[in-house]
Design a protein. Structure first.
Length: 503
C-alpha cells in the first residue's frame, strides 16, 4: 500500500506539472482536483472493497492539484522595465550567475541583472539574461559586469526535419527570459556569487589547465569531459562524433562517472568508519555536482548516489526505481520546468529507468557472454538504456545510432582506467607543468584509444539513420509498447546480476 501511495503521489504530481506546463490552467483547477479527491475519499468510506484503490486515487488527484499549483507559482512574467526595451540597445548591470559557457563562436553569460543603465540614471530591474558576448570575453562566475547590447526575446527555432525546439522554455527553466545579443561586456571590479560554487569552478579550471599542460588536444579535452564533465572542452566536431555513436554520455557527469569516483573514494576511505566513509563520499558527490554547474543529469546521478550510500551505511534496502522516483520528484518540485523542458533531465531519468528495468532482463539472456572486464554488464546496460532512450531521442532529433552497442562495448571497458590516469596526469600538470608529460602518457594512450573507437564507428557507412519528425502521440505509443514488452518479459523472471552503475 505504501509503495502504491508513493507512485500515486509522484505520478499525480508529474501529471499536474505537465498539465500546467502545456496549458495556462488557473487556480480553480487546483480546487477541482481537490474536490475530486474529496469525492473519492467519501466514496471509500462506503465502499470497503475498493477502499485502498480509492485512497490511492485520491492521493494522485491531490498531488495533481499540487503539481498545477507549484507550476503556477514559478511562472515567470518578466520585468516590465526590461520588456519595454525589447528591440533596443541597452546597458544592464548585474552579476554572472553561472560558469561562463565558452564556445568557438563566443561566450554565453548568464547574468542576473539588477539595474538598467540609461546615461547616468540607474533603474532597478530584477531579471536573468543570456548575454551573448564576443570570443575570449574576460568574465568569471560572480563578476559584476556591465553589458551593452540589443535586448531580445528568445525564439523557438527549427532544429531540423520540421522539429521545433522550444528555446524560450529551455532557457526559462534556468530563469532566463531575455537575450542580450552582440554584447560588449566589462567588469566593474565587484564580486558576488556563492563562495563554494566559485571555489568549485576555480578548482575545475586549475584541473583542466593541468590536463592541458601535459596532454595534447583532443585528449586533454576528453580527459576533462570524463573526469569533471567539461563537455565543451572536446570541441564541436568530436562532440558530434560521440553523439553519432551514442558515447556522449561519457563526457557528462552521469551515474557511470560518479559511480567510478565514489568507488575510488570508498576504497581510499576503507580504513575509516561508516560515518566517515559516507561523509567523505557525499562531499565528493556534492563537489562534482557543483563542478558540473548543477546540471540536471549530475544532480540526478549524485542524489541517487547519496541515497545508495546512505542505504549502505544504515543497512537499509536500496531500491533503485523508488530512489529514482523520489529524486525526480524532488527535482521537479524544486523546478517544475525541469519535467518537460530539460532534455538532460529527461534523458538521464529515462536512461536510469532502462538501466534498472531492462538491464537485468537483457543480462539474464546473455549468459553466453563472459563477465570478465564487465563485458556482460556493459552489453546489457547499453541495450537496456538504449531501449529506454531511443524513442525520446528519435522524437528530439530523429537520429538513431546503429553502432551504439559495439561502440560502447569497445569504449567503456577502459573508462575507469582512463579516469584514474587522467586524474594522475592532471595532478602532474598542476604541480610540474609540462615536465610531467611522461606521467601523462598512460592517460594519453587510453584516451586516444577511446577517441579512435568513436571515430572508427562513426565513419562506418550507415552508422546513423534519420527518422522524420513525428507527433508526441507516437512517442507515447512507443513507450506504451515498451511497457507492454517489459511486462511480457518480466512474466518469466530469470536470475541476473544487478547493474553496478546508474546512468
Amino acid at each position: 500500500m505504501n509503495v502504491r501511495i508513493l507512485w500515486a503521489a509522484v505520478i499525480g504530481f508529474f501529471f499536474g506539472v505537465a498539465l500546467r506546463s502545456l496549458a495556462a490552467l488557473s487556480w480553480p483547477w487546483v480546487l477541482f482536483f481537490c474536490l475530486l479527491a474529496a469525492v473519492a475519499c467519501m466514496t471509500a468510506l462506503f465502499d470497503g472493497r475498493h477502499r485502498d484503490g480509492l485512497a490511492v486515487f485520491a492521493v494522485a488527484l491531490i498531488m495533481a492539484g499540487g503539481g498545477i499549483a507549484r507550476t503556477a507559482l514559478v511562472v515567470q512574467a518578466g520585468d516590465p522595465t526590461l520588456t519595454a526595451q525589447i528591440g533596443k540597445s541597452i546597458t544592464i548591470q548585474g552579476a554572472i550567475a553561472a560558469e561562463p559557457d565558452v564556445r568557438e563562436s563566443g561566450v554565453r553569460l548568464t547574468v542576473h541583472a539588477s539595474a538598467l543603465l540609461i546615461g547616468s540614471t540607474s533603474i532597478p530591474v530584477d531579471a536573468t539574461l543570456l548575454v551573448l558576448a564576443p570570443p575570449h570575453a574576460a568574465a568569471r562566475y560572480g563578476d559584476v559586469v556591465r553589458a551593452t547590447g540589443e535586448l531580445q526575446l528568445p525564439q523557438a527555432f527549427d532544429s531540423g526535419d520540421g522539429r521545433i525546439f522550444q528555446y524560450p522554455l529551455f532557457l526559462a527553466k534556468d530563469g532566463v527570459l531575455y537575450e542580450l545579443a552582440f554584447a560588449q561586456v566589462s567588469a566593474t571590479g565587484e564580486r558576488a556569487g556563492n563562495p563554494l560554487t566559485a571555489a568549485a569552478i576555480a578548482t575545475k579550471q586549475i584541473y583542466i589547465a593541468g590536463l592541458g599542460a601535459v596532454l595534447p588536444e583532443p585528449e586533454a579535452g576528453f580527459a576533462g569531459g570524463i573526469t569533471v564533465g567539461d563537455k565543451r572542452s572536446i570541441g564541436s566536431d568530436l562532440s558530434a562524433t560521440f553523439q553519432k555513436v551514442s558515447l556522449i554520455h561519457m563526457v557528462v557527469l552521469s551515474g557511470y562517472n560518479i559511480t567510478v569516483v565514489i568507488n575510488a573514494a570508498a576504497s581510499l576511505l576503507a580504513w575509516a568508519g561508516r560515518t566517515v566513509q559516507f561523509g567523505g563520499s557525499a562531499a565528493v558527490v556534492i563537489f562534482f555536482i557543483l563542478i558540473a554547474g548543477g546540471a540536471s543529469s549530475a544532480v540526478r546521478a549524485g542524489a541517487m548516489a547519496l541515497l545508495a550510500m546512505y542505504a549502505r551505511v544504515s543497512g537499509r534496502t536500496f531500491i533503485a526505481l523508488r530512489a529514482l522516483a523520489v529524486t525526480c520528484f524532488a527535482m521537479v518540485l524544486w523546478n517544475p520546468y525541469t519535467l518537460l523542458f530539460d532534455p538532460s533531465f529527461q534523458l538521464s531519468a529515462l536512461a536510469t529507468v532502462g538501466l534498472v528495468l531492462f538491464t537485468p532482463i537483457v543480462a539474464a539472456r546473455l549468459g553466453f557472454l563472459t563477465e570478465r572486464f564487465g563485458l556482460r554488464e556493459i552489453v546489457s546496460s547499453t541495450i537496456g538504456t538504449q531501449l529506454a532512450v531511443m524513442p525520446f531521442l528519435l522524437y528530439q532529433n530523429g537520429t538513431l545510432s546503429l553502432v551504439a552497442l559495439p561502440a560502447n562495448l569497445f569504449a567503456l571497458i577502459p573508462v575507469p582506467i582512463a579516469m584514474l590516469a587522467s586524474f594522475i596526469a592532471a595532478l602532474g600538470g598542476m604541480v610540474f607543468g609540462s615536465f610531467a608529460t611522461v606521467v601523462a602518457f598512460p592517460a594519453y594512450a587510453v584516451l586516444a584509444y577511446v577517441i579512435f573507437v568513436a571515430k572508427l564507428f562513426a565513419g562506418f557507412p550507415y552508422a546513423t539513420v534519420s527518422v522524420p519528425a513525428f507527433s508526441a502521440w507516437w512517442l507515447a505509443l512507443a513507450y506504451g509498447a515498451l511497457a507492454i514488452l517489459y511486462a511480457a518479459l518480466r512474466e518469466k523472471p530469470r536470475e541476473a546480476p544487478a547493474p553496478a552503475s546508474l546512468q
